[in-house]
Unconditional design. Structure first.
Length: 482
């Protein structure tokens, strides 16, 4: 059941109407049932995986809370870690590992082969396993108390707005809200509807339209040259952002309509002046998860002394793991490694670059220095896009070579699509402008200050614009595959 489908609209309206009519004691039951129905609409059997993850972590947390020392709690933490990560490995990474090892065996003419089944990846498994793991780790470290009500905990794991693509919530933020579910105020409800419309606009009008340019280039890179490949790299970044942040907006908006506040996941990432700044703005709940549960727990001392090189090495490993989190493919490993190299080299050369900027007269606080940082970051992101939107290292290499083939602008995909190209560029500019206004001028407040007839005229125009200019192919959201 996709957010950009009529099925979801009907489903969401029914859930919302029932939610507002039921008393608080029955609301968690409604949302839990709705969440499982929502997930089973993809593949019914895979709901057993969520139940398995929920049951393990519910039991492990209760047992950990009964123990007084970390040593006594550790076996139950390991039960949670091995249960969840083992399930994730089996369904997402085992086939990739088996295939890679079989290729190595073939090089050495070894007849042994590992079975490498191509199982269908359960939708959202990387999201809900990380969410429930954060609960187990927080209980182990004493940052959260074990939830004794199985129903509320099951809802924390499976809450349908953010079940299949985040944001990845923490127990301290989401669980208390589930315990005090109330009818949302009118302002919160209307804010949720507006955010859902904005998310639908980003997905249906921008992301799926831009996909008409990126799709052909990344599927057959050998056919295109410089004037198609380079714009496709930029458009892919926009497509991923509009698609994923569009999903997040719909998720946060639909949760608001139910009185639940979800975490912010994006903060205008294309205004980042460095790769470090980019990852503090992009998919923030994932970055924060790896920072808190992986990076801060990696060793940085030797013989009791902190070692600076270990900090940078750990940072590199964390980015490689973030890349691998996105998919079981060597292209994502390279993608993560590239970002690790970007970030580490940026850290190591920061003082030198600041000194050079000061000597050259580019005062660090000037707009020119900021714009140069944004441009540099965008170029680095475009280069890493060679590996994000492609299926193999060989295809990525082919695409890199084609980027140096001067095919002439009239032979480019942008030129051939004509009006669609112009409209896409206008929409991208509007997207950046609108988000700038929302961030700096309180976009919602500007709307709310207008007379009611102007607000409704704006809403109706928004719906009309989506219906006229939207691409209604019901494409899945990109991050569903992760």
């Amino acid at each position: 059941m996709l957010f950009n489908s009529a099925d979801f609209i009907v489903f969401f309206l029914l859930v919302t109407l029932l939610y507002r009519r039921l008393s608080g004691n029955f609301r968690w039951t409604l949302l839990l049932a709705a969440s499982y129905i929502f997930y089973m609409s993809w593949k019914m059997e895979y709901v057993l995986l969520i139940l398995f993850s929920t049951a393990i972590d519910y039991y492990a947390a209760l047992r950990m809370e009964q123990k007084s020392s970390p040593k006594e709690r550790r076996p139950f933490l390991l039960l949670s870690l091995f249960g969840n990560l083992g399930m994730l490995f089996l369904f997402k990474y085992y086939g990739f590992l088996g295939h890679s090892l079989n290729e190595v065996f073939a090089v050495f003419e070894c007849s042994f082969k590992l079975p490498a089944p191509a199982w269908l990846l359960p939708v959202g498994i990387s999201f809900y396993t990380f969410q429930t793991l954060s609960y187990s780790i927080d209980v182990y470290q004493g940052r959260a108390k074990a939830e004794r009500h199985f129903g509320y905990f099951a809802l924390y794991v499976s809450f349908f707005p953010q079940l299949v693509a985040g944001p990845i919530e923490r127990p301290g933020h989401l669980l208390p809200q589930l315990h005090r579910m109330k009818t949302p105020p009118d302002e919160m409800f209307s804010s949720g509807i507006r955010l859902m419309m904005w998310g639908a606009f980003k997905k249906i009008v921008i992301a799926d339209r831009v996909a008409m340019f990126t799709g052909p280039v990344f599927v057959q890179p050998e056919v295109f040259g410089f004037f198609s490949v380079v714009p496709a790299l930029f458009f892919l970044l926009i497509q991923i952002y509009a698609d994923f942040s569009g999903y997040t907006d719909i998720a946060i908006g639909s949760a608001r309509c139910l009185g639940i506040d979800l975490s912010r996941n994006f903060n205008r990432p294309f205004t980042a002046t460095s790769i470090h700044d980019f990852w503090s703005r992009w998919h923030m709940t994932l970055t924060n998860w790896f920072r808190d549960y992986v990076f801060f727990n990696m060793p940085v001392k030797r013989k009791g002394r902190p070692q600076k090189w270990r900090i940078q090495f750990n940072l590199f490993i964390m980015l490689v793991l973030i890349g691998l989190w996105h998919g079981a493919n060597w292209t994502f490993v390279v993608f993560g490694a590239l970002h690790g190299i970007y970030m580490v080299s940026g850290n190591l050369t920061r003082s030198w670059r600041q000194s050079l900027a000061e000597k050259s007269g580019l005062i660090l606080r000037t707009k020119l220095h900021e714009y140069l940082g944004i441009a540099r970051t965008m170029l680095l992101l475009m280069f890493s896009a060679f590996f994000f939107g492609i299926h193999s290292i060989g295809q990525a290499w082919t695409m890199m070579k084609q980027a140096f083939v001067m095919d002439g602008f009239k032979g480019s995909l942008l030129w051939m699509r004509g009006n669609d190209s112009v409209l896409s560029i206008i929409l991208i500019v509007f997207l950046f402008y609108a988000e700038h206004k929302m961030d700096h001028n309180g976009g919602e407040q500007i709307i709310l200050k207008k007379p009611i007839w102007q607000r409704w005229a704006l809403y109706l125009f928004g719906v009309f614009f989506i219906l006229v200019f939207g691409i209604f192919r019901h494409d899945e959201f990109i991050y569903f595959q992760f």
